[in-house]
Design a protein around this ligand. Structure first.
Ligand SMILES: *Cc1c(COP(=O)(O)O)cnc(C)c1O
Length: 432
């Protein structure tokens, strides 16, 4: 807060398409999709209209003991589009609550399934981010965000994050990635009887700085968990809704998880809403006469909010009408081509990309992969340089994150990368 106060951050008062407008009338390209949420741009007529029409009917009621038509329609649409077997939808308000719900469902499932087991261990990945509530923090693996809460969290098992840049000296990237895959299988097999669920961000660990997993890792994780009857929780809060080029990242490796967490892009980035999807098999463990006490006693007040569900339905329709996933493929190519010259820059450690999610990691010394001093706040300086050129981006440490909206026109993505390149040159000099 101290640094932010001194900085005079823009106060956003409006938006138009893919641009944000501040109180002084300055326009900025929204280069991080308003924190990974926005899909079709801002003030999209079809979504605006859907929300207005819903306001004229009802803005909020409750899903406790009642239903609402918008929430029911959206549940059907999500089930229709999700990986096969995910037939039931539990609503909440944000990514963290979607994850908390998934973890509690998995926990309770083992205690109420036909042959109950007291499974008590959750498994996550190093460098994982699943949200800021205590369950989500417990399976998180980013020390900067999580370490201080060590005393509040419960203990979990950590699998090594399969990311080559963090490999120990003396091993090649391929060797290290193979090692991570083996460690994952071995650890899960060893503790299989105690594991309540394994949680993973499919393909990309976003908040860790867009760490892209090697192809096949997710499918391998699915295979080993399935072999041992361990529910797999796919946290697609960041990667879902088009970012990888498929509607859901799990599709890229033909994986159907047992639980799927969705939020951020679910309403096109308009309103807070989340969904936790699960299989019939999991849901059936919660059925029975109310007096049996099999109820999932977890409910958030604004669950299934009709305005948010109306926005979400309109956003899903636009995915089809505007062929948004095809646009993502075009944007992914554009990003790769336009960013290629930066790969050679002497302070670029790695450019990681999956679909339209990009992380550019800057290092002081490329040979030794030595980071810049934290006091320099290099990543932050780069975002300020971008902002002066009319682009809003965010950094995670010294990783600059590019996260354009799936429906952004190609010319704007080109402009985004032009600004990034110019800003890197300003802050770090030319390549040599
Ligand atoms: C952002 C994020 C969350 C948390 O979502 P909130 O809406 O901020 O609670 C959870 N998981 C992943 C992968 C995320 O990127």
């Amino acid at each position: 807060m101290q640094a932010w106060r001194e900085e005079n951050a823009p106060v956003i008062v409006a938006a138009e398409g893919f641009h944000l407008i501040d109180e002084e009338g300055r326009r900025y390209l929204d280069g991080h999709s308003s924190l990974w949420c926005n899909v079709h741009g801002h003030r999209v007529p079809a979504i605006d209209e859907a929300i207005r029409q819903q306001i004229d009917r009802v803005s909020h009621t409750t899903l406790l003991g009642l239903a609402n038509d918008r929430a029911a329609e959206l549940a059907a649409e999500l089930v229709r589009r999700a990986p096969s077997g995910l037939n039931k939808v539990f609503y909440s308000d944000d990514g963290s609550t979607a994850v908390e719900a998934a973890m509690k469902v998995a926990w309770q499932y083992h205690r109420q399934k036909p042959r109950p087991e007291p499974r008590d261990l959750f498994v996550g990945l190093g460098s994982a981010y699943h949200g800021d509530t205590i369950g989500a923090v417990s399976v998180g693996g980013i020390d900067t965000f999580h370490a201080i809460y060590g005393g509040m969290t419960f203990s979990t098992l950590r699998l090594p994050s399969p990311t080559a840049l963090r490999r120990p000296p003396g091993t090649t990237a391929d060797e290290y990635l193979a090692h991570c895959g083996e460690m994952m299988e071995r650890t899960i097999e060893e503790h299989a009887q105690r594991i309540a669920a394994v949680i993973v961000e499919p393909l990309v660990q976003a908040a860790a700085g867009v760490l892209v997993h090697p192809r096949g890792y997710l499918a391998r994780l699915r295979a080993v968990t399935a072999r041992h009857g361990i529910p797999l929780i796919a946290d697609e809060v960041a990667v879902g809704f088009g970012r990888t080029g498929a509607l859901f990242a799990c599709e890229q490796e033909d994986v159907a998880p047992d639980l799927l967490c969705l939020s951020k892009g679910i309403t096109g980035g308009y309103l807070p809403l989340a969904a936790t999807l699960c299989t019939d098999k999991i849901e059936s463990a919660f059925l029975g006469h109310p007096s049996e006490g099999r109820t999932f006693y977890h409910g958030h007040t604004y669950t299934g909010n009709p305005l948010a569900c109306a926005a979400s339905l309109a956003s899903l329709r636009l995915f089809d009408e505007n062929r948004v996933l095809e646009n993502v493929a075009v944007l992914a190519d554009e990003l790769r081509q336009q960013l290629a010259p930066l790969v050679a820059h002497r302070h670029v450690g790695e450019i990681r990309q999956c679909g339209i999610m990009v992380g550019i990691e800057f290092v002081a010394d490329r040979e030794k992969l030595e980071p810049f001093s934290a006091t320099r706040r290099l990543g932050h300086q780069l975002t300020l340089a971008c902002r002066r050129r009319g682009v809003i981006l965010r950094n995670i440490g010294d990783v600059l994150v590019l996260w354009p909206a799936p429906a952004m026109p190609r010319e704007l993505v080109r402009q985004l990368v032009d600004v990034v390149r110019a800003s890197v040159e300003e802050v770090l000099g030319k390549s040599e």
